[in-house]
Ligand binder design. Structure first.
Ligand code: ZN
Length: 334
């Protein structure tokens, strides 16, 4: 029998479709991705082609030869850009719009064209997370910015055909509905129980242990009770911290460790799947509201959405998170 499960952070429902049940191993990618060269002359993200990109906003370079390890640039085709103002406009006497204000940057994660994030050394992932924190903190302080989303698209199913490993930051002048919902639910939970939703969720996940993938001193990674899709993985800090910008340098290194292992397990276990990840953090001005906690969600793109999901907002997940978490937990990656 199928089961409806509720996501406690959004109150959304998910169908765990036991009738169509699949085994975790059914999600292994059948076709290998093409082999890539270490350098591509036409790739704007490869070293030597820096003039092909918009201006750099940050880079980390080796002391001895000044070669960059990580480079952050403005997006050449930004979804949002800093010109204009945030005044609402009325259209056709009814519809609301505003200038497409925002900031959109790209983090070039490595000088090597063919180096997937899952295969980076820990020091490389630490560099990337440092760049996220530095640019996040710069953007969230811009007066018109309300929210900064950090995300990665990997592979065509995840929305990118650019091969060179990269991720992105977008600063928006509005707080999107999904984040508002997360905050509202967390605040209401605090109001009615006097305790923090994310703290309680993490402690119950640890106590149950069934959906835990791994745990470090500062983080826990698990497949949520109401996973919206197969192998959806959350990484949540153990301390109450609403803004990713407040992460300590020690915790940043711990996050690099757990993220790298999770991505490596997905890479090995599912044969290099396409995936997205996002870091959800508090809106500007809400950094001290501890009822919310920043977190990272990794979503392997294994199946397409159906009309039912678009129509209902109820996702269908054909595999039980307890089973995928066990599959991931027991996988040895050395
Ligand atoms: Zn490249």
């Amino acid at each position: 029998m199928s089961e409806l499960r509720q996501d406690p952070t959004t109150e959304e429902w998910v169908i765990i479709a036991r009738e169509r049940a699949k085994r975790p191993a059914d999600f292994v990618r059948q076709q290998a991705k093409p082999e890539l060269p270490v350098f591509s002359a036409s790739c704007p993200f490869c070293p030597g082609n820096e003039a092909m990109t918009p201006p750099e906003t940050l880079s980390y370079r080796d002391k001895e030869n000044q070669k960059w390890r990580v480079r952050v640039i403005s997006n050449q085709f930004p979804a949002l850009s800093p010109e204009g103002n945030t005044a609402r406009k009325l259209n056709d006497d009814f519809f609301i719009s505003m200038d497409g204000m925002g900031i959109h940057e790209v983090v070039i994660e490595t000088p090597e064209h063919n180096k997937a994030l899952a295969l980076q050394e820990k020091s490389g992932v630490v560099d990337i997370l440092h760049a996220y924190r530095e640019r996040y903190n710069a953007m969230i302080r811009v007066p018109f910015v309300k929210l900064v989303i950090i995300y990665k698209n990997y592979g065509p199913m995840a929305g990118t055909t650019l091969e060179h490993s990269h991720s992105q930051l977008v600063a928006t002048p509005v707080i999107p509905k999904q984040l508002r919902t997360q905050h509202k639910v967390a605040a209401r939970y605090y109001g009615s129980t006097g305790s923090y939703l994310y703290a309680d969720m993490v402690s119950h996940e640890i106590k149950s242990g069934k959906r835990i993938v791994m745990e470090t001193g500062s983080f826990v990674a698990f497949h949520p009770f109401a996973s919206h899709s197969a192998f959806e993985t959350w990484i949540v800090p153990k301390v109450n911290q609403s803004s990713f910008g407040d992460i300590s340098t020690n915790d940043l290194e711990d996050l690099a460790h757990i993220l790298r292992i999770i991505l490596l397990k997905l890479h090995r276990g599912l044969n290099n799947p396409d995936f997205n990840y996002v870091i959800n953090s508090a809106p500007a001005g809400d950094e001290d509201k501890n009822c919310f906690r920043w977190h990272m969600r990794i979503i392997p793109r294994l199946i397409e959405l159906s009309g039912f999901e678009i129509g209902s907002g109820i996702n269908m997940n054909a595999v039980v998170p307890e089973e995928t978490a066990k599959f991931m937990r027991e996988m040895k990656v050395g």
